[in-house]
Design a protein around this ligand. Structure first.
Ligand SMILES: *Cc1c(COP(=O)(O)O)cnc(C)c1O
Length: 334
């Protein structure tokens, strides 16, 4: 597979640790339980986008861009890490923020990731919920070009075939770490949104012939739509790797049972998962992504859905910076 041929700009601290979660395992009376700490990837409080951005910023620099443009929700972790990556690479960053979560308190629009975006020097443009973001992004890039700038477009979540290579790289790390730690039957669990994480994981597992199952928990789209999106992107990633795009559709699992009322809206199961991980492992989940993914994994562990000899690995994709914008959701703590 061809991955090392792509230009890359180093942004993160690799490999991120793979660690046991013993206290959570005991609490849930679960079989082997591990966590892949992509929340410790470095880059402005860490998270999954650092992996994708290494390839995307590498490409932007190769093409002579002077600005990166991207989009996300108001509390986007992707925008925060893109702003940091741009700072490190000496590029400017302009981002469209979609007001996707209605009726959130003031701190939602001013604290957490938004505060960090501004601190990191990004220029932010707020647009109403329901805006067709890809079109709005093209318009922003066109405006910058008219002003003589050289924008490079990074899609939402960094989730195109190139960015998703970051999660093929994550599979290579995990393959080494699982061998060192003697994990024989890894089963990966994570939160899925713009689909690049899951597409990269599935493509990497397929390309390396590992056969590991992956369970995604959707944070927004219904199951069928999310699985189709992940599958289509995984085929593009395999093509990018020069591997035959023959990944079976059935390998893509994106459970939508933990979304709740919608993207970024708190659920009781998310709040329980965030509290439980903080108090058993000292690990910070986030309210939008990993809290919901972890809620899904906890429910599978309670229902004994995993095989007893599986090594369950939660891929912690980051997001804890958003906790500060969601303090209101943890009523007993405010
Ligand atoms: C972006 C993000 C995800 C989802 O990854 P996708 O590649 O967009 O599916 C999960 N967790 C966190 C914390 C994220 O920021």
């Amino acid at each position: 597979m061809n991955i090392d041929g792509y230009p890359r700009f180093k942004l993160g601290h690799w490999p991120t640790p793979l660690e046991p979660m013993n206290r959570l395992r005991q609490t849930l009376k679960a079989p082997a339980l591990f966590i892949k700490r992509d929340d410790c990837s470095g880059l402005a409080t860490g998270g999954s986008k650092a992996r994708k951005l290494e390839f995307l910023i590498g490409d932007a620099l190769t093409r002579g861009a002077d600005t990166v443009v991207t989009h996300g929700a108001v509390q986007s972790n992707h925008v925060r890490q893109t702003a940091a990556a741009a700072a490190l690479a000496g590029l400017r960053c302009e981002a469209l923020l979609e007001a996707r979560v209605d009726a959130a308190p003031h701190e939602y629009a001013s604290s957490g990731n938004v505060f960090l975006d501004r601190l990191l020097g990004a220029t932010l443009h707020e647009v109403p919920g329901g805006t067709v973001m890809d079109e709005a992004l093209e318009q922003l890039a066109a405006r910058l070009r008219r002003d003589g700038r050289k924008p490079y477009i990074i899609p939402g979540g960094g989730s195109n075939a190139l960015g998703s290579l970051g999660y093929v790289e994550c599979v290579r790390e995990l393959q080494r770490q699982c061998a060192e730690m003697g994990l024989k039957r890894p089963h990966l669990v994570h939160a899925t949104g713009s689909a690049g994480t899951q597409a990269g994981l599935l493509a990497g597992i397929h390309a390396l012939g590992l056969g590991w199952p992956v369970t995604g928990f959707s944070v927004r789209a219904p199951r069928h739509a999310q699985e189709s999106k992940v599958h289509a992107l995984a085929l593009l990633v395999l093509d990018q790797l020069g591997v035959g795009p023959d990944l079976a559709r059935e390998k893509v699992v994106a459970d939508d049972g933990f979304v709740g009322a919608g993207y970024g809206l708190p659920t009781p199961a998310m709040l329980e998962a965030v509290r439980l991980l903080a108090r058993t492992e000292g690990v910070l989940m986030d309210p939008v992504y990993t809290g919901k993914g972890m809620a899904g994994m906890i429910s599978m562990l309670r229902a004994k859905t995993f095989d007893s000899d599986e090594d369950v690995i939660f891929v912690h994709t980051g997001g804890s910076a958003a906790l500060f914008a969601y303090r209101w959701a943890f009523e007993e703590l405010t």
